[in-house]
Design a binder for this molecule. Structure first.
Ligand code: AMP
Ligand code: MG
Length: 343
């Protein structure tokens, strides 16, 4: 892999021009979106896309999401746009919703990792949209972290993981949603939720009349089962520390954490509930504010590594609305280890 002196490009017209020029030349650029930072390449250039897998250390069988700025680009990528998808696009694009289509012949195999389908999203972040338009091509972009680490919600997170491995990162400040897009399969009659995100099951059902939730969203796939969304089978979003989710009332959580071996243990808890803890802690939003938890969860996981935590007991988030996405990410960060405490 080539080594780069990675540049942090300003989030202005000049930065957008430079990012787009690199992308047109087949290079990779870290770009801000409203969900998390993406590691972008020209989606129609298989050679450029294959560099994403090298830079991230991403498994080859995990397909990428293609980002577009205008609806005109969709028929180039999807072999067919079902009526259900058109309705969801009218309701939630641009925004944190990715839809799975049967792919057109223009999609390089590197993007779809050998599947017959392609994932497409139209981001709402003005810098992401400007870069796509200026590059003049759809952009394939997974999250801009090293494979397995927490997703990046600041340009500094992208730098921490990928400096030296990519030529540039476009700085757009903090991501507004903070967790990756909702992924939904729209090839059937009812949408099937494959990965929860900023567009909630209730929002999908309001437009589609119903929604099914894939069992892998809240559980572990059985050994050998085919993954509907290959990304869901990997341990993911994890800091270096060993993470355990702890479900219970604030008092039961605090009692459980305080009873652990001091010195090696840290807590990841809700704002306002840290007072009862006798171990180092990082907070990730108020218990009743799932949107705030979504914005802060990945940064909190990264900061736990900075304080050198070995084992992190993380207060389990409520699973309603966007909280389902926070729970889904933390469950994977914890390798599905959840403890129920009484109280
Ligand atoms: P990331 O960009 O890191 O958020 O990863 C993209 C996610 O979208 C992964 O979980 C993939 O498994 C999922 N994905 C991408 N393309 C497809 C597809 N064609 N079918 C199902 N899931 C997909
Ligand atoms: Mg990712």
């Amino acid at each position: 892999m080539r080594e780069y002196a990675t540049r942090l490009l300003p989030g202005d017209a000049l930065g957008v021009k430079e990012a787009a020029a690199l992308l047109r030349a087949g290079e990779l650029v870290g770009i801000p979106t409203e969900t998390v930072y993406g590691l972008a390449a020209d989606a129609l250039n298989g050679g450029a896309v294959s560099r994403i897998f090298t830079a991230k250390g991403r498994p080859q069988d995990n397909p990428l999401i293609v980002h577009i700025a205008d609806l005109d680009a969709l028929p180039l990528l999807a072999a067919e746009v079902p009526e259900l998808a058109a309705r969801l696009a009218r309701a939630y694009w641009p925004g944190p919703l990715t839809m799975i289509f049967r792919k057109s012949a223009r999609i390089p195999d590197e993007v779809s990792a050998g599947l017959a389908t392609v994932a497409v999203r139209m981001p709402s972040h003005p810098l992401a949209r400007a870069v796509i338009r200026e590059a003049g091509t759809p952009l394939a972009a997974p999250s801009a972290n090293l494979s397995g680490s927490p997703s990046p919600t600041l340009a500094a997170h992208v730098m921490a993981d990928l400096a030296g491995r990519i030529p540039a990162v476009l700085d757009g400040g903090e991501c507004a949603v903070g967790v990756e897009s909702t992924v939904v399969d729209v090839t059937g009659k009812t949408p099937c939720l494959l990965r929860p995100g900023g567009i909630t099951p209730a929002m999908l059902a309001a437009v589609a009349g119903g929604v099914s939730v894939h069992p892998a969203v809240t559980g572990r796939l059985p050994e050998g089962a085919a993954a509907a969304s290959p990304g869901m089978k990997y341990k993911h979003y994890a800091p270096k520390a060993h993470v355990v989710l702890v479900r219970g009332t604030p008092a039961a959580y605090a009692a459980f954490v305080n009873a652990r071996q001091a010195g090696q243990v840290a807590a990841m808890c809700f704002d306002g509930e840290e007072g009862a803890l006798r171990v180092p802690y990082i907070t990730y939003g108020r218990r009743e504010d799932s949107a705030e938890q979504a914005r802060r969860v990945f940064d909190a996981l990264r900061r736990l590594d900075e304080i050198g935590a070995q084992t992190v007991y993380c207060a389990c988030p409520p699973e309603e609305g966007v909280g389902l996405a926070v729970y889904n990410r933390l469950l994977r960060a914890a390798g599905f280890e959840v403890i129920d405490v009484a109280g």
